[in-house]
Design a protein. Structure first.
Length: 413
């Protein structure tokens, strides 16, 4: 189990107030080839020596001045706590009660003086074997504990990694879902747009005919005043329906124009000039946060202006009791953003999905056609950009146009 050397190298501490006892034992131990022997005749030093030398065996006398053997056993047990305390008691007292007490307080073995030296060596060897075995066990326990700690740590790391991957996957899935929804929406808009444009086209010609006829009637006859008024109304209404039809056509195929680098801030300022009076009337306060310097961006000027006008108009209408509007521009890596915000009514969650659908409106029939956002959306998409919205009901809305800084397309139709 242990080789001889290992046992002979074990550290032995002798505690006995009799110098001669120590001398005899030391001689015997040395003859037996033990190499690490220490001793003290002052039992008060026993505990500190034990702590310092960490012996594998203590040969302990019981009857000693100042601190007796029982107390030394207690001190060593305290130092060792739960571990094995290797104590062999050697004493002249041979009554069974003393032996029992020594064993009860924690001595491992007991030998009575006068000593049979070969028996002493046998007992020493036995206790040392147990002690060394115990040490080995402790080392193995430490090793296993260390391994368990390491494995626990590995598992924690793996768990963390797994959580990260799950979060990453969820994020990608959400992203994919969003892209799918956008695609679906774009397809829906395109289909609706085609339908709307063809209906508008069919409507436009007969409407033009009706209006022209009405104009001729108006010019050619001397009508009663009330009839003339009715014809007037009819002409106005025809004009309104025709302009609606025109908008519908634009929705699918906005006015053709050339893509050219435009200073967006200037274009926004043009539209703000148009809206200045409206804003004053509606008690709206506008704050601008223009990012400078700002690159020119390739857009079709009138289309871009139309989008800005639609968004400003919506913001205005969302604040019937007045409020705060803001225009903010940003330059990101490869895109620019124009954000138009208001602190108006906000948009209920259930309307968010339908916002960009043609004809979706919450406004009174004469006021809103529900085409502003869908037309704007189509224009920005065709420019390779995106139009998005963030809104909190009762707090306001933010519409963000994002456009690529470089466009390879030269023309849009
Ligand atoms: N800034 C905003 N705040 C709150 N709701 C908004 C805002 N912008 C748009 N909306 C909602 O989106 C709907 C659709 O807007 P859109 O501009 O397409 O049509 P509209 O303003 O109703 O009519 P129009 O064709 O005259 O523009 C609006 O009726 C309104 O309910
Ligand atoms: Mg609108």
């Amino acid at each position: 189990m242990f080789d001889k050397d290992e046992i002979l190298k074990a550290r032995i501490l002798m505690v006995d107030d009799e110098v001669t006892n120590i001398a005899v034992l030391e001689t015997v131990l040395k003859q037996a080839k033990y190499t690490s022997i220490s001793s003290t005749t002052d039992s008060r030093e026993a505990a500190s020596l034990y702590q310092k030398l960490k012996p594998d065996l203590v040969l302990l006398d019981l009857r000693m001045p100042h601190v007796d053997g029982f107390e030394v056993i207690e001190q060593i047990k305290e130092i060792e706590a739960d571990s094995y305390a290797p104590i062999l008691v050697l004493t002249a007292e041979s009554d069974p009660a003393t032996r029992l007490k020594a064993l009860q307080v924690g001595a491992r073995d007991f030998l009575s003086k006068p000593l049979d030296l070969s028996e002493v060596l046998c007992r020493i060897r036995n206790i040392l074997e147990v002690r060394l075995l115990n040490k080995r066990l402790e080392e193995q326990k430490d090793f296993v504990e260390q391994r368990v700690l390491e494995r626990t740590d590995d598992l924690k790391q793996a768990n963390l990694q797994l959580k990260k991957e799950i979060a990453e996957r969820e994020r990608s899935e959400k992203e994919l879902q969003k892209v799918n929804q956008q695609l679906l929406h774009a397809e829906k808009l395109s289909a609706l747009g085609q339908l709307a444009a063809s209906i508008a086209h069919e409507f436009n010609n007969p409407l033009m005919g009706i209006r022209n006829t009405l104009e001729q009637v108006q010019q050619g006859t001397n009508m009663e005043e009330s009839l003339a008024e009715l014809v007037d109304i009819s002409i106005n209404e025809s004009n309104r329906v025709m302009s609606l039809a025109l908008q519908l056509k634009d929705f699918y195929r906005p006015s053709s124009g050339t893509l050219q680098p435009l200073n967006l801030h200037d274009a926004i300022e043009d539209m703000l000039r148009l809206k200045k009076n409206d804003f004053n009337r509606s008690n709206l306060n506008l704050t601008k946060y223009y990012s400078e310097p700002f690159p020119n961006v390739n857009v079709v000027e009138d289309q871009f202006k139309q989008v800005i006008l639609n968004l400003l108009q919506n913001a205005n209408e969302a604040c019937p009791k007045g409020g705060e509007l803001s225009i903010r521009t940003r330059v990101l890596n490869s895109t620019v953003e124009v954000e138009i915000g208001d602190n108006g009514q906000g948009i209920p969650q259930e309307n968010m999905e339908k916002l960009f659908d043609p004809f979706f409106t919450t406004k009174a029939e004469v006021k809103g056609t529900g085409l502003g956002l869908s037309v704007s959306y189509g224009i920005i998409q065709r420019l390779g950009g995106n139009l998005s919205v963030q809104s909190t009901l009762g707090e306001g809305s933010k519409f963000t146009i994002s456009l690529p800084i470089q466009m390879d397309r030269q023309k849009t139709s």
